[in-house]
Design a protein around this ligand. Structure first.
Ligand code: UN1
Length: 476
């Protein structure tokens, strides 16, 4: 079956492209239609035409559709989680977990649809009242990455629909399967035609058509810094709203007084699970002298025990890298780290498994310095480095010494240091005795500096991006 694009309520054919399983490159997960520039333009026009009715639609209609989507995603969590694992390479458990999270996000915004609110205040001028209301922004372009094929589309699409926007959705080329499934579910749940349009395909064609359109009022993007900058520039040109979630170089500080087991779990989970392919990954482990050797030994022992194999195989802890390009990038940084003088304490070998895939042993660098490229540039793979520091003061300085600012973690039993770190970490999210990755779906997500731009995502804070505020004055 060829999975088609959804444009103005109709499934539309296009050139078929195979979706390859990174755990078994002989396996085609499915065939997906490439949208053309003209398809993207038709989709934008359809979203524009659908806007007046959808932005004024009844709240029960929105709530009902979002709720149905949540229920169906949850009921099909094994099947969709398997599809996710096959197309992205996360383990089955991670794939199912992410699918459940997508269902929870739809459920949350189904509830939010019944809690939309405004404010009324008296004017400073007697006899006049002021109402502040939130209205839909308009046609929203949604551009998503490959590393969370169902959760990121969910956390952009659900609030966008909840607040009455119409959408043009362009998923990453590597993961059309989950994107198609979510759109199919929402379409069957009863969304009117044109409200949600799916245009799978190339960034240079479909993404560009979204960036170039005068009729797109806002763009939300998660992906690389370089593409994010292009999206921002195009949005400035059109004076449109923009929300960017980009890279990270997240530190996990481990202090002498940390519980070693907790610190090792946080580091291994944060740095290597989901194959390290998370913008929230703990890629810099900033460790004080007194615990350094014990920590490095314990992390290395733990890494030795992890099973790297086919994402669907029972017992696999870490699946393959997503594709050859990403693997090349990971291997490039392994060479960069060695050239810079870091010690490869563990891993970094290509692995052969029963099925041909992009398997890479998790890699841990030690003896690294904060200014090395491996500590400044996002690698986006199962590669982490340890930076040895003298004390807490040096640790927080090193933690903050980065062009990024998404998530920042600390493992300590000291209330004083935990409290100081929460207040002074230059990041949008701070974790104490928890991995830097793995966030709740009902609270704001986003960062500072080069990691994020524009309003936060998720939870009630999502309204900042998906609505525009109106102040209406009435003289009675
Ligand atoms: C998480 O760590 O739970 O692309 C979410 C990413 C982020 C999502 C991370 N936008 O990795």
């Amino acid at each position: 079956m060829l999975h088609q694009n959804l444009i103005d309520g109709e499934w539309v054919v296009g050139e078929a492209v195979p979706n390859i399983n990174p755990s078994d490159t002989n396996e085609v997960v499915g065939e997906y239609a490439l949208a053309s520039k003209a398809d993207a333009e038709t989709a934008i026009a359809a979203a524009k035409a659908a806007l007046p009715a959808w932005s004024r639609s009844g709240l029960l209609e929105r709530q009902g559709i979002l709720r149905k989507a949540a229920d169906e995603i949850l009921a099909r969590k094994e099947e969709l989680g398997t599809l996710l694992a096959r197309e992205e390479g996360k383990t089955l458990a991670e794939g199912i977990g992410e699918t459940v999270r997508a269902a929870q996000i739809f459920d949350f915004f189904a509830g939010e649809a019944l809690r939309l609110s405004g404010e009324t205040v008296p004017s400073v001028r007697p006899g006049i009242g002021v109402e502040m209301t939130r209205e839909a922004v308009g046609v929203v372009g949604i551009i998503t990455p490959w590393n969370f094929p169902i959760a990121i589309p969910a956390w952009k699409i659900a609030p966008a629909l909840c607040h009455g926007n119409t959408l043009v959705f362009k998923p990453a080329e590597l993961v059309p399967g989950c994107a198609w499934a979510i759109v199919d579910i929402l379409h069957r749940a009863g969304l009117p035609k044109g409200v949600l349009n799916l245009v799978m395909g190339k960034g240079s064609v479909v993404g560009q058509a979204i960036l170039d359109s005068r009729d797109v009022s806002a763009i939300t993007f998660t992906g690389s810094v370089s593409t994010g900058k292009r999206v921002a520039a195009a949005c400035a040109e059109h004076m449109r709203k923009v929300q960017l979630e980009m890279g990270g170089k997240n530190p996990l500080v481990v202090l002498d007084d940390a519980d070693l087991d907790i610190a090792v779990d946080c580091a291994v989970n944060g740095a290597f699970f989901a194959t390290g392919q998370r913008c929230t990954a703990s890629s810099r482990l900033v460790v004080t002298e007194g615990i350094h050797d014990r920590f490095v030994n314990a992390v290395t022992e733990k890494l030795k025990s992890l099973v790297i194999d086919n994402a669907l195989k029972q017992g696999t802890h870490i699946g393959p890298v997503v594709d050859q390009n990403q693997l090349d990038q990971d291997e490039k940084y392994l060479a960069v780290g060695r050239d810079e003088g870091a010690t490869l304490a563990f891993g970094g070998e290509r692995l052969n498994r029963e099925t041909p895939g992009f398997y890479l042993q998790p890699a841990l660098f030690t003896d690294t310095k904060p200014d090395m490229r491996i500590n400044r540039e996002e690698i986006f793979g199962p590669v982490a480095s340890v930076i040895r520091v003298k004390d807490y003061e040096e640790a927080i300085a090193v933690a903050n010494d980065t062009p990024f600012g998404l998530s920042s973690g600390i493992c300590t039993t000291s209330l004083k240091h935990a409290t100081h770190f929460k207040r002074n970490a230059e990041a949008g999210m701070v974790m104490v005795n928890l991995p830097t990755a793995g966030v709740d779906f009902h609270v704001p997500f986003g960062g500072r500096k080069g990691s994020s731009y524009g309003p936060r995502e998720q939870g009630r804070y999502a309204a900042e991006f998906y609505t525009t505020v109106k102040a209406a004055y009435t003289q009675a």
